[in-house]
Ligand binder design. Structure first.
Ligand code: NOJ
Length: 678
């Protein structure tokens, strides 16, 4: 199980190969327009197109307008609101010399106002069609607020839960990440980038960012080329083939060369091998950060290296504006390169239809934001993201005949935290928590609520007495633990993955009442919960489930839905096992139980080789807490009649595999069929 390669997912995964198509006539017309514009542009206007700024960097509103009027800004990130965007767009289109529209970007990572589960959770649904729908909701809402371009999906292979950004990823597997990448891109971009409800996507972070040494964000990465090509690059190639409009270069240095100045990855692989002709943006200040990396002596050299690597647009810094003239004068770079990069940017704007329709309909937001349809999709996505890890004595689903339930814990009613990381525009007022949903479902009188701990990091136990009281007077305890959203995401790495604060002690205290305990964990990553499994009867992993997390959980706890989520990451027992992922190589001495002695059973003065010589930890063994792909259901499935179309690989390199799947349990349910080869 640990040594296999995930080959194919059946069941819930539906792939759709359709792509945005622009007629060749339209393409030619666009190319002519690009040529014509470039022939009229001054160098300053070209560099303006290649620059993206946050409004805060452009000064007071009048100064920002003047910069746009002067053609010094090609793109703005972090400006929202149809009216606000239209106001600046008007200056670009009607008052700048060439009338080139701005392209407005935003991190719409897992929803705009209707917040979907964090991407790691969305991926736990193993449902590409649903991921596509969820991102289409995000696109529709964002587009209605004037956004043309999102910096998503994040498709960095992530095998280290210490890394806070694992929350934004699709986890550890290359194939699953690739499937999700394609689906999310389709969701954002639809079939037509110029439609009013689609936005450009961005494959990020190119490349290797998820391999940050020690899981510490921004840290250096060392990835041998064979592993880069096998594990880290394929999702990006899938994204390029799926027509993702843009790529973002990463912060990290890769094998000693920062990703934003890396000619091997950006030029050789992306442009030459994959023929990618979309636009490449740097990550925020990642060009100037090449100085801190020790790769460029100053900002001029940083600009030179980014240009030589092929970064079309610079995010948040101005090395291009400041130094390109000098670099041209010296002959370090040539004007044709600049023109090529400007063309890539103008092409994006043309594909987005911004020249024809630069303005956002100011009445659109009211119709789409938090619409019934969007909330329903968010609920479905949350529901499919939940992974049932343990269900002793079939405690779940709970019976509707219970007379009362205790709802306890710092995450039971944490509308902000349940949205997860990267939520610029989600509002806690719109979030429905488990407490609210359970009260609504069962009636407020049936629910005995006690927070127990103020937040996940609270160490004082003064709320325990009330929590124990609530448990005692209820039939069952629903305990909501986990981590606050701020503990995951960018720059939020952790060295310890146990439950924070006194959460474990809270579990112990309520478990001591003897009442059955359902533990629901909301978190941005897999936490080390071995100890807690022993104390709780049922454990449901809910990630950070977003706006509709509460109702989705209430339904699942009471059996209106059946869990079908499967882990997109391996759960370690302890941090010391990291990196631990399912498709690790065998080693020449694979571990086995015959040759492993629990550390507590090693005799005193045992001789060096008496314990065997295999690849394991004396104190943690060699298995994870839960493997990749794991997830229980309320119902049971029987697999039968496994058939291979042939025992040897045909000329086309394919073997067809089929299996009969039968629901043999008491509940309706969905199953993800997983096939592993090695
Ligand atoms: C830095 C992050 O690494 C990137 O993912 C994000 O899109 C940009 N900032 C813009 O906010």
């Amino acid at each position: 199980m640990m040594k296999a390669t995930l080959l194919f997912l059946l069941g819930l995964l539906l792939l759709n190969g359709a792509q945005a198509s622009t007629s060749s006539e339209k393409k030619e017309q666009n190319e002519r327009k690009i040529e014509e514009l470039i022939s009229k542009m001054t160098l300053q206007e070209k560099l303006g197109q290649m620059s993206q700024f946050d409004p805060g960097q452009l000064g007071r509103p009048e100064e920002a307008k003047q910069a746009i009027r002067d053609g010094k800004v090609g793109s703005i990130l972090n400006l929202v609101g149809a009216r606000e965007v239209n106001e600046l767009q008007k200056v670009a289109v009607e008052e700048s010399r060439l009338g080139i529209p701005l392209v407005i970007a935003r991190d719409v990572i897992h929803g705009y106002r209707t917040i979907m589960p964090i991407p790691l959770g969305l991926t736990a649904g193993w449902n590409a069609e649903l991921a596509e729908k969820a991102m289409a909701v995000a696109a529709e809402e964002a587009a209605a607020e004037g956004i043309h371009w999102t910096f998503a999906p994040m498709i960095d292979i992530s095998r280290d839960p210490r890394w806070g950004r694992i929350a934004e990823s699709s986890g550890e597997d290359t194939y699953l990440t690739s499937v999700m990448a394609k689906a999310m891109i389709k969701g954002f971009q639809g079939d037509d980038l110029s439609a009013p409800n689609t936005i450009a996507a961005c494959a990020k972070h190119f490349v290797g960012y998820g391999a940050a040494e020690g899981g510490r964000d921004y840290n250096t990465t060392l990835i041998p080329e064979v592993q880069l090509r096998n594990d880290y690059l394929p999702p990006f190639q899938v994204a390029a083939d799926a027509g993702v409009a843009t790529f973002m270069s990463a912060f990290n240095d890769l094998n000693g060369v920062p990703a934003s100045g890396n000619e091997f990855t950006l030029k050789q692989i992306l442009r030459k091998e994959w023929n990618y002709n979309g636009m490449v943006v740097s990550d925020w200040a990642s060009i100037t950060e090449m100085i801190a990396h020790g790769f460029a002596a100053n900002s001029k050299e940083a600009a030179e290296k980014a240009l030589k690597a092929g970064i079309d647009m610079e995010m948040a810094t101005s090395t291009y504006v400041d130094h390109v003239q000098a670099l041209l004068d010296e002959g370090t770079i040539d004007l044709a390169t600049i023109d090529e990069y400007v063309a890539n940017i103008l092409r994006l704007k043309l594909d987005l239809g911004l020249f024809d329709k630069p303005y956002t309909d100011e009445s659109a937001a009211a119709k789409s934001i938090l619409s019934e349809k969007n909330l329903q999709i968010a609920k479905e996505a949350a529901s499919e993201s939940f992974v049932l890890l343990q269900n002793k004595n079939e405690l779940l689903p709970l019976s509707n005949d219970l007379s009362s339930v205790a709802v306890i814990g710092p995450l039971a009613d944490a509308p902000h935290d349940q949205m997860g990381t990267w939520v610029f525009d989600g509002k806690k007022e719109n979030t429905i928590t488990p407490l609210t949903a359970l009260k609504e479902m069962l009636g407020a009188d049936q629910v005995n609520f006690a927070r127990g701990l103020k937040i996940s990091r609270t160490k004082t136990t003064e709320g325990f007495a009330e929590a124990v009281e609530a448990a005692k007077k209820s039939d069952v305890v629903l305990l909501f633990l986990g981590e606050e959203s701020i503990l995951s995401g960018e720059a939020h790495s952790l060295a310890n993955l146990n439950l924070q604060g006194a959460q474990s002690e809270l579990l112990e205290a309520v478990a001591e009442t003897g009442k059955p305990v359902v533990l629901v964990i909301m978190a941005g990553r897999q936490l080390t919960i071995q100890k807690e499994l022993a104390k709780a009867d049922a454990v449901l992993y809910a990630w950070h489930p977003g706006t509709m997390g509460g109702p989705a959980l209430a339904d699942m706890l009471f059996g209106k839905t059946t869990p079908s989520g499967k882990l997109p990451v391996t759960f370690p027992k302890t941090v010391g096992q990291i990196p631990i992922y399912y498709n690790h190589k065998n080693t020449g001495r694979p571990a086995d139980y015959q040759q492993w002695t629990d550390i507590n059973k090693i005799p005193a003065e045992a001789t060096q080789h008496s314990l065997g010589n295999t690849s394991h930890y004396l104190d943690a063994g060699f298995e994870p807490l839960f493997p990749f792909g794991f997830g229980l259901s309320y119902t049971t499935f029987e697999y039968s009649d496994l058939k291979l179309s042939s025992k040897t690989m045909g000329k086309d390199g394919a073997i067809e595999v089929s299996v009969n799947l039968k629901n043999t349990g008491k509940f309706e349910g969905a199953e993800v069929v997983q096939l592993y080869i090695r």
